[in-house]
Design a protein around this ligand. Structure first.
Ligand code: SF4
Length: 750
């Protein structure tokens, strides 16, 4: 007996309008916020600082979703977190506040420096801030003692300058938020099809006959995608959802722009909803492929012409037993057969996925099975087909394209040398998990972060926070106060940046930045609002200031780049051939497509073909292995966002679609598991990790609520549960922490 969510309405609909209005009112800037929304995702205006779902060619006046409203209202708030707030509240007091309270102070207004004598942040000038940073960086015995983190909101121009400064400084220590989200997608796709990006365009969604959605909750994380799925469902495309959790957005959606939907309560989205065990996708995919090959439903010409490794895959699948497939997937053979049938009956198939696939140990292998599935019937490189990893941050894909990576390609470094005349470092840098390890071991001494909330987003919070506090210096370029400013190094700076919605004027006039979405579309973004403070600076301005202070004799024209972003784009064009005529092309409405070799069936792989890559199912699951370490019943915990949340930013304490209001410390559990363990609804439970290092990791006092989730699986929100994710529990090939599969036990809170 499952427990459906208490929320009965469709996703979107009147509730989304009401929630949007509520967030606008809460921002204290209704008129300003509403005016800003009319510019959101418009060709000559600014790109939503939310997720990376694509923008349609022909935008309507209301080209945004409820979460776009929250992101804009949050940035356009009238609240200010100025020197007076820091004077009133010590860091120790701020540390006791939750994420929502910290960000609710509003927009940062001044550069601030931490004063250990008073335990308060105090104002500092920009020049003094840059001098302090330069002094600490230049005092290091090796450039590799410094870490330079990047969040996916950073624009292409800022990301390009950031990596340029870091490499001129002499290191590849460029951990970024992608390490914790879609890294596995990049690794898997790179090996399978020769490029670490999806091949799907928005237009393809309009042509697909079947769309398989793995480990993704678009209703909260990419809401405008629901509009495209609704259209597909309406025209008869079969949507298959694979997700342990019943997500309302994938069940029913009412498009606020459709009077019919608003009247009748929306349309059904998913045709077949499969709820596998957490991590059961690999077994499901192997079961589907086993059936498809047995049925002979293959594109043999495509396989013969474009692929490598088919026979090895066929042999591997033939060996796989149905018993293991159904046990590890948690699905019946009938359910798997139904999914395979839908796949075989479709002429054009798209597969999309997000963190529900990437934050697992076997993420790379699982994503490669999706590619195997698509290759079986040539569903890559023709209209209406292909792989589509949907990115959660508006420019996380662009940052990687700009060179934000700890493992740069030799040809990229050669281009950098050719264009800028210096020899960039060629030894690998560190990703996010390795960066935390380096801090923990005292090998790293300084952290500079371009946006984001490193302390809250990272795994193993207690270990990570201790490591951060041991650093000589932490510097965060941010728009709002967050945990990372409070969990700081011996010296600490907060540098307030312009937001995406704000006007950026430099010496040569108003500036535009660019971003790249999940569909490899690059377009311009220009803020429309008066900045929240005269002391705010743009990210390129800040990077240029840090670079000039650190390398006063640098031959790189940092000041010129600061004053005119077109010059940055000229250099991007010089380094990356795909950005030819960059400044011209971003002048077109909607920008341009960067192209994708796999979409053209040009396979830049080791074999020169698209690779079938076989992988056996594990002998035992993570949970089975963990169960051998304890007598207590082990569950698999998946962590996720609430509906009023964007990454670690908490807009409010509600999660409408899951029926949660005014709280966040809740754990979702199957009612039969609750009954079996004698738990009653809302009873507080402590969640404890079961891990080989036997370190104590406990998240206390989570109220248990019954939910439609498979037995043996439970769910809870991050960042509150990041304390449970062991630092060394990550994808061996991606380095991505396993936030979606943590073996844990539960006990009643004392
Ligand atoms: S779908 Fe994503 S990018 Fe689009 S408006 Fe919503 S949050 Fe912003």
């Amino acid at each position: 007996m499952s427990a459906p969510s208490k929320f009965k309405g469709p996703a979107g609909g009147w509730a989304a309008l009401a929630a949007s209005a509520k967030h606008l009112v809460a921002s204290g800037n209704v008129l300003g916020g509403a005016k800003t929304l009319l510019d959101l995702n418009q060709p000559d205006a600014f790109d939503c600082p939310g997720c990376a779902w694509g923008d349609p060619k022909h935008t309507s006046s209301f080209e945004f979703c409820e979460n776009g409203v929250k992101a804009v209202a949050w940035e356009a708030t009238s609240k200010r977190c100025g020197p007076e707030v820091f004077a009133r509240h010590s860091v120790t007091w701020l540390m006791a506040q939750d994420e929502y309270t910290l960000e609710s102070f509003g927009r940062l207004t001044h550069p601030m420096v931490y004063n250990p004598a008073t335990d308060h942040y105090e104002p500092i000038t920009w020049d003094d801030a840059f001098k302090l940073i330069a002094a600490e960086l230049n005092a290091l015995s090796s450039p590799d003692e410094a870490l330079f983190y990047t969040s996916g909101r950073t624009s292409n121009e800022a990301a390009f300058l950031w990596q340029l400064f870091v490499r001129e400084f002499g290191t590849n220590n460029l951990p970024d938020c992608s390490n914790m989200c879609h890294e596995a997608s990049g690794v898997a796709l790179g090996e399978s099809i020769g490029i670490g990006k999806g091949t799907v365009l928005l237009e393809d969604i309009k042509l697909a006959d079947a769309i398989f959605i793995f480990g993704q909750n678009p209703g909260t994380n990419h809401p405008r995608m629901l509009g495209d799925l609704r259209e597909a469902a309406e025209r008869g495309a079969k949507i298959v959802t694979i997700n342990p959790l019943k997500e309302r957005g994938l069940e029913r959606f009412a498009h606020p722009k459709s009077p019919k939907d608003m009247l009748i309560g929306g349309v059904a989205i998913t045709h077949l909803y499969l709820q596998p065990q957490i991590g059961g996708d690999l077994a499901l995919l192997k079961g589907m492929m086993k059936l498809i090959i047995e049925a002979g439903a293959l594109d043999t010409d495509f396989i013969a012409t474009h692929t490598h490794g088919f026979e090895a895959l066929k042999a591997d699948l033939a060996k796989e037993s149905w018993d293991r497939i159904t046990t590890q997937s948690g699905l019946t053979r009938e359910e798997i057969t139904h999914a395979a049938q839908i796949y075989m009956n479709a002429e054009r198939v798209i597969c999309t996925w997000a963190m529900g696939l990437t934050q697992h140990k076997s993420a790379v292998e699982t994503i490669q099975q999706i590619i195997n599935l698509l290759l079986l019937r040539g569903n890559i490189g023709r209209p209406g087909t292909g792989p589509c990893p949907v990115r959660g941050h508006s420019n996380v894909q662009g940052d990687r394209t700009m060179g934000i990576t700890e493992l740069p390609r030799p040809e990229f470094l050669d281009s950098l040398k050719r264009v800028f005349g210096f020899e960039p470092p060629r030894r690998p840098g560190v990703n996010t998990v390795e960066a935390i390890k380096a801090m923990h071991e005292g090998k790293a001494k300084v952290l500079l972060a371009m946006g984001g909330n490193f302390a809250a987003a990272s795994p193993d919070s207690n270990l990570t926070w201790a490591a951060l506090r041991a650093l000589n210096l932490t510097v965060h370029v941010s728009t709002k106060l967050n945990r990372s400013h409070i969990v700081h190094g011996r010296k600490a700076l907060i540098l307030p940046a312009l937001g995406r919605t704000e006007i950026d004027v430099q010496k040569t006039g108003r500036q535009a930045i660019t971003v790249e979405d999940s569909m490899s579309m690059v377009h311009a973004s220009q803020g429309m609002n008066i900045p929240a403070s005269t002391e705010l600076r743009s990210e390129p301005w800040i990077i240029s200031g840090i670079a000039q202070a650190t390398h006063p004799d640098s031959p790189i024209p940092w000041a010129a780049f600061r004053d005119d972003y077109r010059l940055i784009r000229d250099k991007i064009e010089a380094v990356f051939a795909d950005f030819e005529n960059f400044n011209d092309r971003i002048g077109r409405a909607g920008g341009f497509w960067l192209g994708n070799s796999a979409a053209d069936r040009r396979w830049k792989t080791a074999t020169g073909k698209a690779n079938f890559i076989a992988t056996p199912l594990p002998a035992e699951t993570e949970r089975e292995a963990a169960q051998k370490r304890t007598a207590a019943r082990v569950f698999t915990l998946m962590t996720f966002r609430a509906h009023d949340q964007y990454n670690t930013t908490v807009y409010a304490l509600n999660d409408r679609y899951r029926g949660i209001e005014g709280r966040r410390r809740v754990v979702f559990m199957h009612p039969d598991d609750m009954a079996a363990l004698g738990f009653v609804e809302n009873e507080p439970l402590d969640i404890a990790t079961v891990h080989a290092d036997n370190r104590v990791r406990v998240a206390p006092a989570f109220a248990v609520v019954p939910y439609d989730i498979p037995r043996g699986c439970i769910g809870a929100y991050f960042p509150e549960t990041n304390v449970l994710v062991p630092l060394d529990s990550h994808g061996p090939r991606s380095g991505t922490p396993t936030n979606k599969s943590i073996p844990v036990t539960l006990r009643k809170s004392s």
